[in-house]
Write a protein that binds this ligand. Sequence first.
Ligand code: ZN
Length: 435
Amino acid sequence: MIIFKNIDYLDENFNWIKNVDITINDKAIQKISSNSDTALDPENAQIIDGKNKVVLPGFYNMHTHVPMTLLRGYGEGLNLQDWLNQKIFPFEALLDADDTYWGTLLGLSEFLASGTVSFSDMYMRMPGIVKAIAETGIKANLCNPCTGFDPKIKYSETESYQDEIFLLDYVKSNPETKIIADAGVHAEYTSSPEYVSQLLEFALEHDLIIQLHLSETAFEHEECKQRHQGRTPTEYFADLGVFQQKCILAHGVYVEEKDLQIIKSHDAVLVHNPASNLKLGSGFASVGKWLDFGVTTCLGTDGAASNNDLDILQEMRLAALVQKGLKKDPKLLSPTQLLQMLTFNGASAQGRTNSGIIKEGFAADLVILDLDTPNMQPIYDLATNIVYSANQSNVYLTMVDGQILYRDGEYTTIDLEKVIFEVNRIKSEKLALLD
Ligand SMILES: [Zn+2]
């Protein structure tokens, strides 16, 4: 049992509630009470002093490629297509499961230090990723998205399928796992309709959420229309039946109003990745319009090779600033809308309906921020300070399912020094092969 004593928290409407005791028992938030109620602390409880601290729901990073930390800073100054074809794909071809293990651990270190408790990820060499996540204790929805055009090779003969089977077997044989198996389609431009149809059949058979890249660049969006009788990527995937399953759609920079209608009507989720969209020169998503259509919206960092960090707090701040400047509307994206995208929307999109809110009975997936720092004082409105003033140096503690994974700069399940050594070894080995 852990008790946060005399601590503040943000309730489900992001109201600032001051000075309570929060009891964590097993994996859940057992009790939230005014501190006078818990004068008698149960014996053997770990007491954490909450003075000048606030508890928030843990953050959900809804679009990542976590082992791409290995490629952080590699392939700079290119647009998406050149970046993928000239730099990223040749490097990735050299990676094995040991490499993705170390790359994942580096990414998870960054997640935990910046308050992320769960993420939705697309990547390959799945055994290494799963091993790192299982050792660390963070939550994740994983897929290895299908790619391919060769009519002679079936989806069930691809590496993506092998990784998906590995994931499904792992989840089945580890009922306590925090990993959820998703399915994925990399993008319209990296697979044929036949592959997408086979992937859909697989997702329907196992009832899996489908993660996709969608309308990330103008080039992709317009080329799709040329290839498919004027249909946008959203219309193309809708016609193939992909939206029968819950879909997590990354980017959506060029989605049109007719696309937003389709997305909304199928209760699909759009994930906004402003840093990656800016860095690759892809453009500006119209997030205000997504919200006007009532589309559930989340935030993501994308991979560390196109961001180049995984701090979701920075992503939230950037999303707010860019949208306001772009639309010349300072009212666009309120602090509570942004915090909801960062927390509850992600949890429900991943199918984790018992997470994303600080409330009795919910999973103890939470972050504690330090308020006793120059950048967080004074406080007129706490949600505003969190969106515009906070950064990862304010993250004091990150907890997943009641387990402290990060506290005061220290990891409980990761040996960061070893991870940094191994990642640099991998970098040197791959560069020698590529030169
Ligand atoms: Zn991506």
